[in-house]
Design a protein around this ligand. Sequence first.
Ligand code: LP5
Ligand code: MN
Length: 243
Amino acid sequence: MDSRPLYFISDLHLSAATPKTYAAFAHFIETTVDDARAVYILGDLFDYWVGDEMLSAPFAQQLSAQLRTLAERGIALYVMPGNRDFLLGARFEAAAGAQLLEEPAAVEALNHRFVLTHGDALCTEDRAYQRFRRCVRCRAVQRFFLRWPMLIRLILADCIRALSRMQKQPYKKKGGDVTLEAVMQLFAQSGASIMIHGHTHRPARHQYDTAVRWVLSDWDFDGGAARGAYLRLDREGIRSISL
Ligand code: LP5
Ligand code: MN
């Protein structure tokens, strides 16, 4: 059995405007995960993604080349789409040497069964967001959107981002967290005893009767309070390690 550790991160929200967070991420990829069997990025690697044509931007080229070094070192890379980068596609996969993971994903490793998800689908009280999500996760809507010129896509994404920002403290309002009902339903449906997700920016370890839910931290070294962390699973179990 391959007993090398697995690493989990999410919510880096990287863009050309986040050089310090990118530097922390580059260090994580170059050094921290050197002993890994696999790295899982559970959504929102990018601040936003409106189609794989974004790969032609120097920032995205640098980032995908960085990610490709994992495959070259024999480390598998799995990327799950988040609510900001669900339009990552096959060209990104090829450029980054990654495998896109559909969510929720069940994974067996080191004698545990995990269920992995970004986390936004679990915020079932956020009805406006769930309506929006159903619309933009519809394949036909995505195909339609991806045929538009890049400039128009960027303008629409900017409008959506502005609307989203106008919500006061989205993670503190009612509906800004996962619901217990959705969490329990996902445990039951997946048969997993460990759940890992991000999105809510409320890093924690929640213990239930027979299951555990780990919530990943977001990363930000460019704005207010510097923060970032990853989960490491090895034969001894899971640990959260802050940067
Ligand atoms: O991202 P975060 O964490 O700050 O907030 C999320 C929810 N917001 C979003 C929007 C993203 O931040 C921006 C997405 C950029 C990529 C766009 C791709 C372009 C569209 C592709 C079409 C195929 O996800 C926020 C949640 C919060 O998490 C907490 O869970 O509350 O939800 C919102 O703010 C959404 C609003 O509630 C509803 C917005 C309605 C916008 C209507 C525009 C319709 C456009 C239809 C497009 C075809
Ligand atoms: Mn998110």
